[in-house]
Design a protein around this ligand. Structure first.
Ligand SMILES: [Fe+2]
Length: 414
C-alpha cells in the first residue's frame, strides 16, 4: 500500500462557496423550506413504518413481466428513491447458487489467502481480526449467470425507465440494455459485528459540489429552486467526473442494488435506507449554511463515501428505516443519491448473503468502463474500480467467455 494520493480540495471548496456568495440568502431560505419538507417526510415514513405499512415500495417481478405495474407504484418509487422487486429469481436457483458460491470460496482457499494478504497489510489494516464478510470475488459462475439473467435484465429496464432519459441530443442512456458492473458478494455470518457501515452515499463526495458536471446535475438546488430538482432526470449525469478511488464507482448507475441469496430482515445486520428521493438537495444545501466552515462540506472527504451524520444531517437520519425481510431471489434497489447503511450487528441465526448487482444502463460512460473491465474478466483479475487483489486468477470453476449468453456478451461489451 502507498500513501493515498487524494487531492487537497479545500481551495476548490472555498472557491465554490465564494462563487455562491450572492446566492447565500436564497439558499438559506430554500434550506429552511427543505428542512421542513424532510421533517414531514420523516414523520410520515416513521408513522407508516410503525403502522406496518410499506415504506419501501415493493412489487412482485411477475407484475413487471406481465406489464401490470401501476403508475401509482412508479410514482412511489420516484418519491421514495428505492424499491424491492420480489421473486426475480426462483428460490431453488438461488439456493443452489448460494451453495456453489460457498464451495467456490472454500475449495479455492479464499480464506487462507485472505489471511495471508491481511498479514502483509496489517500495519495499515483497521479491520478487526475475524472472517471476512465481503469477498473480493467477481467472476464466480453464480455471479456471472445472475448478472446476465433475462429476468434481472427486465427488472433493470423497468427501473431505468423510471428515469427521464431524453436529453438535448437524444437519449442520455439506453434504458433497455445493461452494462455489467462486476461487483463483490457479501456472506455475513450470524453474530458478526465487524461489517456495520454508517449511513452514507456512494458515487462521489466533494465532487457533488465542486465538479462542473455535478453542478449541472444539481443546478436547480444550487439556484435555490430545490422543488425543480428531479433526481430521475438523466441529463448531465454522464458528465460528472469522480475522484478515482476504491470507494467510488466510475460507472453511472441508475440504482445500486443487490440480490438476496438468503432470507434476511431488520434484525440480520442488513440494509437500512433513507427513503426520500430528493434528499441530495438536503445534503447539498446543508453544507452551504453559515455554521459550516468555508473550506468544509459537512465533513465530506475526497475519495471516500459521503457520510450522513447526526451532527449535520439529523432530520434526514430520522427517516432511516430497515428494509423488510426479503427472501432468496428478491432484489433491493436504491437510487444512487440515497443514504444507506448496514446494521452493526447481525443478530439473526442464518447467514445474510447477497450478490451486489446494480443497474448501469448502456451509455458512453459505462461502455468506456466495459472496455477496461473485459480483460479483467478474461484474466480473472479484480475489475478496474476495485483493489487489485486478483484472488481469482487461478480459481477453479471461474466463469469464462463460454458461460456468457448472447445477452451476457452484449452486457459485458464483447
Ligand atoms: Fe454503499
Amino acid at each position: 500500500m502507498t500513501a493515498n494520493p487524494l487531492p487537497d480540495v479545500r481551495d476548490d471548496i472555498v472557491a465554490f462557496k465564494r462563487a455562491m456568495a450572492e446566492r447565500r440568502p436564497a439558499l438559506k431560505q430554500a434550506f429552511a423550506e427543505l428542512e421542513d419538507h424532510v421533517r414531514r417526510e420523516a414523520d410520515e415514513i416513521q408513522a407508516d413504518a410503525a403502522a406496518g405499512r410499506d415504506v419501501i415500495p415493493q412489487i412482485d417481478f411477475a407484475a413487471i413481466r406481465d406489464g401490470r405495474v401501476t403508475d401509482a407504484f412508479r410514482e412511489a418509487v420516484r418519491r421514495r428513491g428505492c424499491a424491492i422487486i420480489r421473486g426475480v429469481f426462483p428460490r431453488a436457483q438461488i439456493e443452489a447458487w448460494n451453495q456453489e458460491l460457498g464451495e467456490y470460496l472454500e475449495s479455492n482457499g479464499y480464506y487462507e489467502r485472505e489471511k495471508e494478504k491481511r498479514g502483509l497489510d496489517q500495519y495499515f489494516s483497521t479491520l478487526a481480526a475475524g472472517k471476512p464478510q465481503i469477498f473480493g470475488i467477481y467472476w464466480s459462475k453464480p455471479q456471472v449467470l445472475a448478472r446476465q439473467d433475462p429476468n434481472l435484465a427486465q427488472t433493470r429496464a423497468f427501473l431505468n425507465r423510471l428515469w427521464r432519459v431524453d436529453g438535448p441530443d437524444g437519449q442520455v442512456f439506453n434504458p433497455d440494455l445493461e452494462c455489467t458492473y462486476a461487483d463483490r458478494t457479501r456472506r455475513r455470518e450470524p453474530g458478526d459485528k465487524t461489517l456495520g457501515l454508517s449511513p452514507h452515499m456512494d458515487g462521489g463526495s466533494v465532487e457533488r459540489w465542486i465538479d462542473p458536471g455535478f453542478q449541472k446535475v444539481y443546478e436547480a438546488v444550487f439556484s435555490g429552486n430545490w422543488r425543480d430538482y428531479d433526481p430521475f432526470d438523466a441529463r448531465y449525469r454522464l458528465e460528472t467526473r469522480e475522484i478515482p478511488s476504491p470507494a467510488v464507482c466510475s460507472m453511472f448507475r441508475t440504482f445500486q442494488g443487490w440480490t438476496a441469496l438468503t432470507r434476511q430482515g431488520p434484525n440480520d445486520g442488513t440494509l437500512r435506507l433513507v427513503p426520500i428521493a430528493n434528499q441530495m438537495a438536503y445534503m447539498l444545501l446543508r453544507a452551504m449554511m453559515d455554521d459550516v466552515a468555508e473550506d468544509d462540506l459537512c465533513g465530506a472527504r475526497p475519495g471516500r463515501a459521503l457520510s450522513a451524520t447526526e451532527e449535520w444531517h439529523a432530520p434526514l437520519l430520522a427517516a432511516e428505516v430497515p428494509i423488510p425481510t426479503v427472501e432468496p431471489g428478491d432484489t433491493v434497489w436504491w437510487h444512487t443519491d440515497v443514504v444507506h447503511a448496514v446494521g452493526n450487528e447481525h443478530n439473526g441465526s442464518d447467514y445474510a448473503n447477497v450478490m451486489y448487482i446494480g443497474a448501469a444502463p448502456d451509455c458512453t460512460k459505462n461502455r468506456a468502463y466495459l472496455s477496461r473491465q473485459k480483460q479483467a474478466f478474461l484474466d480473472g483479475r479484480s475489475p478496474p474500480d476495485f483493489a487489485a487483489e486478483d484472488y481469482e486468477t487461478d480459481f477453479v470453476g471461474r466463469a469464462t467467455l463460454e458461460d456468457l449468453t448472447e445477452l451476457g456478451r452484449r452486457q459485458m461489451g464483447f
